[in-house]
Every structure is written in C-alpha cells, then in structure tokens.
Write a new protein. Structure first.
Length: 219
C-alpha cells in the first residue's frame, strides 16, 4: 500500500504543485488550513506530514503542538519562509521533526521525507556514547529508554565527526566547514546541535564556552 502523506499548504499555486510532485511516491492528501488538517489527522492515519508554518487560523506551529499534545507521533516536516535559527528552534520545540526553508529543492524534500519514514533492520555494532548507541552507517541512535531514533544526514555527519574524536573541542567554524554546505552561517551548527539534543539527550553534546562543542556523556 502506498504510504500516506498529509500536506498542509495554503498557497494556491505551491500546494497543488508539491502534491503533484510527491504523488508519484505518496498517497497525498492536500488541505489548506490548520483546522482542516487537525480534523483530517484525527480521522486518518498518515505516515508523514508536510506542514507550512504560516497558515490562516491555526498556524503550522500550533497545529504540530496540538498533534503532540494529542500524543500523535507521526513525523512532521515543516516548510517555512522563516529561516533564522529562532524560527527553526521554535518549530522544533513545537514538535516538528525536521525543517525545510522555502524556496526548496524537490529532491531534497523527497530525501528528507524518506529519511523521516525509513524503516531500518539490522545495524553494525555502533559507537557507544554514554549509555546511548550511535549507528552512523544507517543514521540512527539507540536510546536506553525508548529504542531507535532516526537521524537526518546532516545530524548523522555532525555526530559522527564529534564521536570520531570524543575528547576534542571543535569550533563552530570547523564543524561548519566539515559538515555543511558552502555559504551556511555558523548558526547552522547551533541549530543542528539543538536538533540532536532534542531528539536524544541534552548531554549528548557538550557546549564549550568560547570554543564550540565536543561529544558529551549522556546517561
């Protein structure tokens, strides 16, 4: 059965275009308001959701927060024209799993959706980080409390770099040049550290004041 995707986008041109592109791989349901999305999400199962942040009435952040209060754990990728760090962090804190800034590339959107919904079976021995077990080969980390958590490509690359030299304090600039695309700002590193901490444990990565970050020792 084709996996189901809920697309919440009020732009009359972008919404149908995104739905058409994704329709080759997904059973897409397109709605244009947060209120309608909450109703549909209550009535139907979805494998993943793509949600515009700026919506009339209930906006995307409030929609996702409401889902999480209802204990709906469906992965959510948030689309937005608001791309600074505070906006990304607030979207993630509301319960989004990933964030993509407009304008975006459809190939990247598809790849992120695959990452959010990929089902893994079998991993290597992994890298121990405290009581957590990191599997860089398949982009996952195993929690001692809740089981396997999937990471995005950039999250995996960042954690892999820190885990390869656990005693080293990396500067933001080093991490930026090693992991991220040319032209990204140092704040991107802070954003992805926040992503990783939110998915796992705040102590997974330690902040070194005046320098940057190093691998932590989570319980």
């Amino acid at each position: 059965m084709t996996a189901r995707l809920l697309l919440v986008e009020d732009d009359p041109r972008l919404g149908p275009l995104v739905a058409e592109v994704l329709d080759t791989d997904w059973d897409v349901t397109l709605v244009t308001t947060g209120e309608e999305a909450l109703t549909v999400a209550q009535e139907r199962y979805f494998d993943v959701m793509v949600v515009d942040r700026r919506l009339p009435g209930i906006d995307g952040t409030e929609f996702v927060a409401t889902l999480r209060r209802r204990r709906t754990s469906t992965p959510v990728l948030m689309l937005t024209a608001l791309g600074d760090v505070r906006d990304r962090v607030s979207g993630l804190d509301a319960g989004a799993n990933d964030y993509l800034t407009k304008p975006f590339d459809f190939d990247e959107l598809s790849a992120r959706l695959r990452a959010l919904t990929r089902d893994y079976s079998g991993t290597g021995p992994g890298i121990e980080i405290g009581s957590w077990l990191f599997h860089p080969d398949d982009g996952s980390i195993t929690s001692p409390y809740t089981g396997r958590i999937m990471l995005t490509e950039k999250e995996t690359a960042l954690l892999r770099l820190l885990a390869d030299e656990p005693a080293r304090a990396f500067t933001r600039q080093h991490l930026l040049s090693a992991v991220f695309d040319h032209g990204e700002q140092p704040g991107t590193v802070d954003t992805y550290v926040h992503y990783l901490r939110r998915k796992t444990d705040r102590d997974l990565i330690t902040t070194i004041r005046g320098t940057g970050y190093r691998l932590g020792t989570p319980a």
